[in-house]
Ligand binder design. Structure first.
Ligand code: URA
Length: 210
C-alpha cells in the first residue's frame, strides 16, 4: 500500500470480487455485486472529504454537528463501464453531481479520442471522483483525467475495481496527484490489454453484450 494507491482488502470486498471474477456469474449478479463493492470502495475513497460544523438541536441540547463542507462532489463516469459504478457511489453520496467522459481508441493511432464530455460546472473547487472498473493500460484513464483537469478540476481521485501494475504506473507517471482506490492490484496485462487474472470485459459482463 502506498500513498498513491489504496487496495481495499476488506473481507466483504474480496469475497464479492471473487464472485465477480467467476465466469459462471450471470449478468444480473455481476451488476449487483459491482454496485455493492463500489459502495464499500466509495466509503474508503470519501474518507478525506472536508468537514465543517453546523449548529443543530438534538432532542436534548444544541450542538455543533459535523457536516460535509464545500461544493457538492462530482462523480464522473468514464463510459461505458464506469456507469456500472455510479449507483454504488450515489447510494452513499446521493447529492453528488454526475458527469460523463466518452473516449474511444483510434484504430490507426491507438490514441484515445473524445466523443462525449459533460461534467458538472464549475468543476474547480469540487472534489471529483472518476470511476472506471478496469484500470488496464491506463491510456483512457490518463486521457479522461487530462480532460477533467483541462475543465478546471484540481482535486481528483480515481476509483476502480481492478488495477494492473502497468496501469497504476502509467497513471502515477501522468497524474501523481490523483489517488487511486481499488479492490485489487492484479498480476499483469496480457498482449491484448486485458487484466490477468482479471474478470474479462467488464462492460460486456455488466451489460450482457457478449
Ligand atoms: N477492460 C476490461 O473490461 N477488462 C480488462 O481486462 C481490461 C480492460
Amino acid at each position: 500500500m502506498s500513498d498513491y494507491l489504496t487496495v481495499v482488502d476488506h473481507p466483504l470486498v474480496q469475497h464479492k470480487l471473487s464472485l465477480m471474477r467467476d465466469k459462471a456469474t450471470p449478468t444480473a449478479d455481476f451488476r449487483r455485486l459491482l454496485k455493492e463493492i463500489t459502495l464499500l470502495l466509495a466509503y474508503e475513497i470519501t474518507r478525506e472529504l472536508p468537514l465543517t460544523s453546523q449548529p443543530i438541536d438534538t432532542p436534548l441540547e444544541e450542538m455543533d454537528a459535523p457536516v460535509l463542507a464545500g461544493k457538492k462532489l462530482a462523480l464522473v463516469s468514464i463510459l461505458r463501464a464506469g456507469n456500472g459504478m455510479l449507483d454504488g457511489v450515489l447510494e452513499l453520496v446521493p447529492s453528488a453531481r454526475v458527469g460523463f467522459v466518452g473516449l474511444y481508441r483510434d484504430a490507426k493511432t491507438l490514441e484515445p479520442v473524445q466523443y462525449y464530455f459533460k461534467v458538472p460546472e464549475p468543476l474547480a473547487d469540487r472534489p471529483v471522483i472518476a470511476v472506471d472498473p478496469m484500470l488496464a493500460t491506463g491510456n483512457s484513464s490518463v486521457a479522461a483525467i487530462d480532460l477533467l483537469k483541462e475543465a478546471g478540476a484540481t482535486d481528483i481521485k480515481f476509483l476502480c475495481l481492478l488495477a494492473s501494475p502497468e496501469g497504476v504506473a502509467r497513471m502515477k507517471d501522468a497524474h501523481p496527484d490523483v489517488h487511486i482506490v481499488t479492490a485489487s492490484l492484479d498480476r499483469e496485462l496480457n498482449e491484448k490489454g486485458y487484466i490477468l487474472p482479471g474478470l474479462g470485459d467488464a462492460g460486456d459482463r455488466m451489460f450482457g453484450t457478449k
